[in-house]
Design a protein around this ligand. Sequence first.
Ligand SMILES: Cc1cc2nc3c(=O)[nH]c(=O)nc-3n(C[C@H](O)[C@H](O)[C@H](O)COP(=O)(O)O)c2cc1C
Length: 376
Amino acid sequence: MQIGRFTIDTPVELAPMAGVTNRAFRTLCRENGGGLFVAEMVTSRALVEGNPETLRIVTFDEDESPRSAQVYGVDPATVGAAVRILAERDLADHVDLNFGCPVPKVTRKGGGAVLPWKRDLFTAIVRAAVDAAKPFDVPVTIKMRKGIDDDHLTYLEAGLIAQDAGVASVALHARTAADYYSGTADWSSIARLKETVKHVPVLGNGDIWSAEDAVRMVAETGCDGVVVGRGCQGRPWLFADLQAAFEGRPERVTPGLRHVAETVYRHGELMAEYFEDEDKGMRDLRKHMAWYFKGYAVGGDTRRALAMVSTLDELRGHLAALDLEQGYPGADAEGPRGRAGSPKKPHLPYGWLDSRDLSEEFEESLREAELSVSGG
Ligand SMILES: Cc1cc2nc3c(=O)[nH]c(=O)nc-3n(C[C@H](O)[C@H](O)[C@H](O)COP(=O)(O)O)c2cc1C
């Protein structure tokens, strides 16, 4: 998979996930297999303002290459300035732009997955990012959804606009904002995007839970690479399976509980290091516990204790008390995990659908769209 000047041997991207894909988690994923590993999203404004937590997000391991950051923004000038900061200060080697956020408080202001509806604004944001990155040879890519809902699809047009603007690849989460995380991703839309966008790689995203799913997505859609999100939550070894599958090897990682426990502890250590604060690190680790132990026989009390862990010592104690000889539970540890939910009628600014171009009345509301963003 080619992303600008970077050749990625395994055609796999770790999906940017706010609150999940920090440096600690990426280290675990990268140790398992190849691919492109995208950091958590940062907002363009926070970056321009030099917010300390935002600057922590765009830190990478020394051996991380390319260093891949994701930017969310709604204003071309601010996005351009943010990308310039990342490139000029040598903070990142690749910048992905997020046009996939379906959260009502963002779409209500015209941001996230409903932004590409305003063609002129979308074009201006992508161009500003590409122009800012070009002197530094930093590839810019986009990640989007299919559109607002089935009656207001934007992805084919947005893909072409982005290609014309000079992006290095386009990724599609094959759902609309209205779909949220419900149902199954519509992989046929990835095939349509691949038929439409011919000059840059097209990456497919949505509902890859196993290496077999990834290979099937490529076979069914012709996409150049896959983007894996929830499927690797609590399963960083999925990247070993993905690499094996794309190299045509049959072996798969089927960890017993001892391997899971060792990984959780290492994750804890990496978290403490990343936050430079054991307490913060443990707090952030808590959300991963249910994902790690999905399908394993671990009692309710132990699960609760693990989900409230506050020191590495405590974590070691809880993990040591598990039945570490327990083997891989098979199907119970596989399949869908993480965020799900039902379709939601997208909240939009009043009159948003009336025109494909941006008018002044939306500018104030868009500024607020950037303040409330929280993921994709
Ligand atoms: C917890 C969480 C946080 C996410 N944060 C982001 C984000 O910051 N930027 C983004 O583009 N997508 C974000 N997403 C969407 C994922 O990148 C991905 O598109 C989506 O989960 C579908 O892929 P999957 O079926 O493999 O999970 C997030 C998803 C989850 C579950």
